[in-house]
Design a protein around this ligand. Structure first.
Ligand SMILES: [Zn+2]
Length: 257
């Protein structure tokens, strides 16, 4: 991966400040795949996007990711710290079986594609638009319906209304097939507490994790620019053009002076 320069990264950070989770994830994904258009990025399977973001994370900040998590045991609650390997996690990319994600269940034969970020966003919008309480099953049903490539029921093409009401068994089989084909779509950590032994599980959202790191990095770089501009009168582009090593060295000289 070509490492994006500090100027482009600062622009990504600046654009992300005004956005929330999914908007930031899209900006980071674009930084990972410069040149790809928005629709293409949003339709990439979720595990593919996660792998792209892990690759970006490695290029920017290295392999070792430090994670802290509180023990889920209410009486213990110990803070746990552990390392993850971005290279290992990013190696998991989706593999769709030959013939696609095909579910044969009862009188249904349904072919699905893997969901991408656009599908999750659409389901979230649709789910909140439905006034009566939308539960997890409804959300799963909406997602599955969006990902249907073809659906045959009892030997004839299923209607759109039927596709929107896929039976629970088909939904379950779709979820299983999608997880098997795209295991990196959701990354759940299961950590045993070194204090009490209780297991804590948590989801690792690489986009949110990387955003937090980028935010800290950007603020640090801007502080460097401020200090060096004040000391030497250099412009922002001039300072950003320095390697991190030179920037650090000049800052040390300023501190010594
Ligand atoms: Zn514990």
């Amino acid at each position: 991966m070509t490492v994006t320069g500090p100027t482009e990264l600062l622009a990504t950070w600046e654009a992300g400040l005004a956005r929330q989770g999914s908007g930031r994830a899209l900006l980071l994904h674009r930084a990972a795949r410069p040149g790809a258009d928005t629709d293409a990025l949003l339709s990439v399977p979720l595990g593919e996007r996660a792998a792209d973001l892990f690759a970006l994370r490695r290029a920017l900040f290295g392999d070792r990711m430090q994670v802290t998590l509180d023990c889920a045991d209410a009486e213990c609650g110990a803070a746990m710290e552990f390392d993850l390997d971005a290279g290992e996690l990013g190696a998991v990319r989706p593999v769709v079986p030959e013939g696609g994600l095909r579910v044969t269940e009862g009188d249904w034969v349904v072919e699905f594609r893997l969901p991408g970020a656009a599908d999750l966003a659409a389901v979230a919008t649709e789910a909140t638009a439905v006034t009566d309480a939308t539960d997890a099953t409804d959300a799963r049903r909406l997602l599955a319906a969006r990902c249907v490539v073809s659906a045959v029921r009892g030997g004839r093409v299923a209607t759109a209304a039927e596709v929107r009401r896929l039976p629970g068994r088909v939904l379950k089989r779709f979820a299983e097939a999608a997880e098997a084909a795209d295991p990196g779509a959701e990354l759940t950590l299961a950590i045993a507490c070194p204090e009490c032994g209780a297991a804590t599980s948590a989801e690792l959202d690489i986009a949110a994790y990387l955003w937090t790191e980028l935010d800290a990095w950007a603020r640090e770089v801007l502080l460097d620019v401020h200090l060096l501009a004040s000391a030497y009168g250099w412009s922002e582009p001039e300072i950003l053009a320095l390697s991190p090593q030179r920037r650090r060295y000049y800052l040390e000289l300023c501190a010594d002076a």
